[in-house]
Design a protein. Sequence first.
Length: 187
Amino acid sequence: MALNIDTGVPGLQPARTSTALEEQEVGSLRDLEALQGEWRWLWARCPGARATQRPEVLLPWYRSTDASLSSRSPWGLALRSEGRLVGLAPLLVREEAGARVVRLLGEGLSDYLDVLMDPELAPHGLRTLFDWLGRNAARWDTCVFEQLRENSPLLRTPLPPGWGERAEAREGTYYRRSLWLAPGDSM
């Protein structure tokens, strides 16, 4: 919550304090569709957000994927501050070689992917996302985030203690970050 404190200097306000973020699990295509208007607004607020992060791209992509993928519901996290959507991590859990792998929705599209986070809350939002993933570790074995830019918040945000990671450059300018929790470290 931003505090409105009189500093005595006209036009000068203290830096925004850390906001409590409300977590909203996204567990279905219907949940994602319900967020479309707010999702567009959030996308417009995120510098560097790509067209492949818009609902007009990701929702049709999901609907058109093969049966083995589309039989799994989207899964992810929406973050709200004072009722407003300030973060969105549209994800999917897929079975791959006997492991449950969390991936970004849209993987395989021809551009960068990432989460969307209000720039004023991005570090706090990413920590909240990692904490949420940790609390839900019984639902997945590893996270593999592909098609990230070099300056991606999902690539650059430090992990909480107890997490492992491997980041690597892929296909020129794309990056991949694989994450996992150490055994017994689910939150």
